[in-house]
Ligand binder design. Structure first.
Ligand code: P6P
Length: 333
């Protein structure tokens, strides 16, 4: 028996569409397609321990990282959910060197979908939560089909952003610029149902910082001073899962700050701008938080290449601002 108050993601996006006079329904369909892909990926992620799908596929992606079979599967699922819809101008993915054009046999649309099909895949074999991250822009070039230029837009031009967290439950969290909304998959009906309407960073926030302190010696002096300050404060706890979506989701629900700094060996950090940092930054800002590279708002960074990396500081606004203060101290004492 379906409770009357249950709101599925399909119902929710249709209701939201009604609030936008010029909406054509295309965006609603696009979000539903992504939700379908999330269900299919989630099913395989949850079966990973049972099916011989674990372990590296023996290939390396553009970053020289071992590609896990689930990575490839998730990438295929996202592509096939979107390629034929007539809604998408082009795509880009962590798993593909170049941008992904829509095949000539299919019509193209106005939206550009950029995604990390399975972030945190190094955690697959140890059953740690992993996620899918997606960023949606409108095509800006005049041609019928999208190009690389349509993918290289700053986060401030995103029309939507979201992530799927494959954890103790499967959650889809997204924003279209009108707040952040979370949906939990109810396996008994196979639907994402609204579980977290209007998500906002809590005020007051929990004093939790999330960073991989193994790299302490490689950090700038400002970063080192920041972490020492948080430790000496005596009120902060530390949590680090090593899966961006999971670490951010906890930060969004409880408050705190997640950091992936640059360091002497990785001057641009590790996380990628287009399909990790920028979508999460849009969500963070829509939830009343902040997201910065340490020097500028992440949503203001104009991408120069598909897979460029960026330092990431995201979370409760006051903590992100505190971090910026330490990172921009001129006195390198
Ligand atoms: P480190 C996972 O491999 C990932 O790309 C992100 O999900 C995560 O935040 C980060 O790398 C963890 O990196 O260097 O701490 O293992």
């Amino acid at each position: 028996m379906l409770e009357s108050h249950v709101v599925t993601i399909s119902r929710f996006v249709v209701d939201q569409e009604c609030l936008v006079p010029e909406a054509t329904g295309a965006f609603t369909s696009l979000l539903q397609d992504i939700a379908l892909a999330a269900k299919v990926i989630g099913r395989e992620v949850n079966r990973a321990g049972l099916v011989d799908i674990l372990g590296a596929a023996g290939k390396r992606n553009v970053h020289g990282e071992n590609v896990q079979k689930l990575d490839e599967f998730a990438n295929r699922v996202m592509y096939r959910a979107l390629d034929h819809t007539g809604l998408v101008a082009c795509m880009a993915s962590e798993e593909n060197d170049d941008y992904i054009p829509i095949p000539e046999k299919f019509p193209a649309g106005d939206y550009v979908v950029i995604f990390d099909p399975l972030d945190g895949s190094s955690n697959i074999d140890v059953n740690v939560s992993i996620g899918t991250i997606f960023s949606i822009h409108r095509k800006i070039t005049s041609g019928e089909r999208g190009t690389l230029e349509d993918c290289l837009q700053p986060g401030s031009r995103q029309v939507a952003a979201g992530y799927v967290l494959y954890g103790s439950s499967t959650m889809l969290v997204y924003t279209t610029g009108a707040g952040v909304h979370g949906f939990t998959l109810d396996p008994s009906i196979g639907e994402f149902v609204l579980s977290h309407p209007q998500m906002c960073f809590p005020d007051p926030p929990r004093r939790v910082y999330s960073v991989n302190e193994a790299y302490f010696d490689r950090w700038s002096q400002g970063q080192q001073r920041l972490i020492s300050h948080l430790k000496n404060d005596g009120r902060f706890g530390s949590r680090y899962i090593g899966s961006f979506v999971a670490d951010f989701h906890r930060t969004l629900l409880q408050g705190g700050i997640f950091m992936y700094p640059s360091d002497h060996e990785n001057p641009s950090g590790k996380l990628r701008l287009l399909y990790e940092a920028a979508p999460i930054a849009m969500i963070a800002e829509q939830a009343g938080g902040r997201a910065t590279t340490g020097l500028q708002d992440l949503c203001d960074v104009v991408p120069e290449s598909l897979h460029q990396r960026t330092p990431v500081y995201v979370g409760s606004a006051d903590f992100v601002t505190l971090a910026e203060g330490f990172l921009n101290e001129t006195s390198e004492i």
